[in-house]
Design a binder for this molecule. Structure first.
Ligand SMILES: Nc1ncnc2c1ncn2[C@@H]1O[C@H](COP(=O)(O)OP(=O)(O)OP(=O)(O)O)[C@@H](O)[C@H]1O
Ligand SMILES: [Mg+2]
Length: 204
């Protein structure tokens, strides 16, 4: 059923995900691959409404369960409306954040059982999992300095330590799929590392 290639980009806020995703997108275009780029939350019309809610710093008392389920609702719509049709059409799908973000931020970050978070999201993803996940990793202070301070980004450094640790746990659990990429170099140096992981795996 699935014929395309699904690659996700992960990492803490400001670490360079969107920058690197764009470079991979440009490279795919150069190579003549049919490619789409998309993101979570906000990859659909419904998702753009959910994204505005989730990232609005004015929304002070959104409960942790509601937050988790809003991310899952965004994802369910995104998988059905964007990701599955593109994969069925044989495209390369580059997605800025996906399931691992929710496990890291709403699971490890908020101190909730990551297994439960994953189970809730299984309803949303319908078995559609990335072949490869590139997780940019660097010192929190350097990455967070580059962010604009949305609702999630206003959480304290301890929260981000738990999120980063969550990503490290996923990397240990799924080394075949989930790659930590040292993101401390220049944009070009990081891209070189990313492209070498993609090339080594021969998936593009
Ligand atoms: N390796 C790098 N060195 C220096 N600056 C960088 C590097 N990578 C990205 N930047 C810059 O840092 C800023 C944040 O990068 P980017 O938007 O790609 O991060 P992000 O991980 O997508 O952030 P967010 O989680 O907020 O979406 C941008 O201005 C980008 O140009
Ligand atoms: Mg981004």
């Amino acid at each position: 059923m699935k014929q395309g290639t699904f690659i996700t980009f992960e990492g803490i806020d400001g670490v360079g995900k969107s920058t690197q995703l764009d470079l991979v997108y440009q490279k795919c275009l150069q190579l003549g691959h049919p490619v789409v780029k998309t993101r979570e939350p906000g990859g659909t019309e419904l998702g753009r409404g959910i994204r505005r809610l989730l990232l609005n710093p004015g929304l002070k008392n959104l409960g942790a369960q509601a937050e988790l389920l809003l991310y899952a609702a965004d994802r369910a719509q995104h998988v059905a409306e964007v990701i599955v049709p593109a994969l069925k059409a044989g495209k390369v799908v580059l997605c800025d954040r996906y399931l691992d973000s929710t496990v890291a931020y709403q699971g490890y970050g908020l101190g909730r059982d990551p297994v439960l978070v994953r189970q809730i999201n299984e309803l949303a993803v319908e078995g559609v999992l990335p072949q490869l996940t590139l997780c940019l990793d660097e010192e929190l202070e350097r990455a967070l300095k580059r962010t604009k301070g949305d609702r999630i980004e206003q959480r304290d450094l301890e929260y981000y330590h738990r999120v980063r640790n969550g990503y490290h746990q996923i990397a240990r659990a799924e080394p075949e799929r989930f790659f930590l990429i040292d993101a401390s170099g220049t944009i070009d140096q990081v891209f070189e590392k990313i492209w070498s992981v993609i090339a080594e795996r021969g998936i593009l």
